[in-house]
Design a protein around this ligand. Sequence first.
Ligand code: SF4
Length: 349
Amino acid sequence: MQNFKLAEIVINWYKKNFRNLPWRPYDFKQKVNPYFVFLSEFMLQQTMVKTVIPYFLKFIDKYPKINILANAKLDEVLTMWSGLGYYRRATNLYLSSNIIHNELSNVIPNDYASLIKLPGIGDYTAAAIAAIAFDKETVVVDGNIERVISRLYKIESKGNFLKKEVKQILLANIPNKQNSLFVQGLMDIGATICMPKIVNCKICPLEKRCEVSFSNHAIDYPKKAVKKRKVIRFGDFYCLLNSKKEILFLKNEKNKLFNNMYILPSKGWQKKDDIIDFNLFYRKQKINCGIVKHSFSHFDLEANIIIYKFGNKNFELKSKQKFIKFNALNSSGIPTLYHKIISKILKYI
Ligand code: SF4
């Protein structure tokens, strides 16, 4: 499938048209900062570039080097991550940075085989870091690249078969040097020219070689695999509110989802319930607030929200519990689901 100089065209285009992103050097001739690539690739898993940028800037301001990130407290890193979602990424980023700090003298591994051993780094992320930060000849397929290649070669297959075909094409076209620019060039063509619903063939460097250029069918590629319907889980969520308008949160150490983060007591939707003994409270009032819906990658959640207003002056907090004031919730590193729940609760109190 190497019937024209795909890499050369893409690299030449990239040199003049690359997007300025904060984890990239200002000039493609400058050295890439491997820590910036490492950090950005964790953040970009499942999240769009424009959402990641402010978080990335915040992180490099606070943790400009990997040893500083490794020496931070996990709670603080999770708070910094709050709002970006998929919190396991933050825990894995922290664990990986600790391995690199403690065992690898703060040097980020430069090859796929070593990168993939780190927590939270799978096939895609290992290939992307190796290619982008270290110019290694790895095959990188993200959504943008898959779209561009599927249109360029008018690939009819779907799902994993499509991915396999795209990988084979890229493997046959990896340049001997500047794979970093090739990978990022394909990403940028997908992000700025060959977009999911808007296709700008007029300014595309691949237009002469593309099998669907200027055709109405371009947006039909890549062909979509039929998605499985997600299961719906149902759970009860409890908001225990004291007279100072503070809400009781528990530190989750039972379930993988939101591990080590502060969450509301709840039951019925995870393997283990995060519930407390309600008899400890002198309950004044119970308010049913209805349902909040939230989508996770593998399931949808219907959360039934219940407020308990209570007045128990003698209530003693245990070590994994804390009260958080409404106006401190944004800086407390609680997951987006709980922000949604609190917005609902605010209408009832
Ligand atoms: S020519 Fe058009 S369809 Fe083909 S890769 Fe470029 S923008 Fe996409």
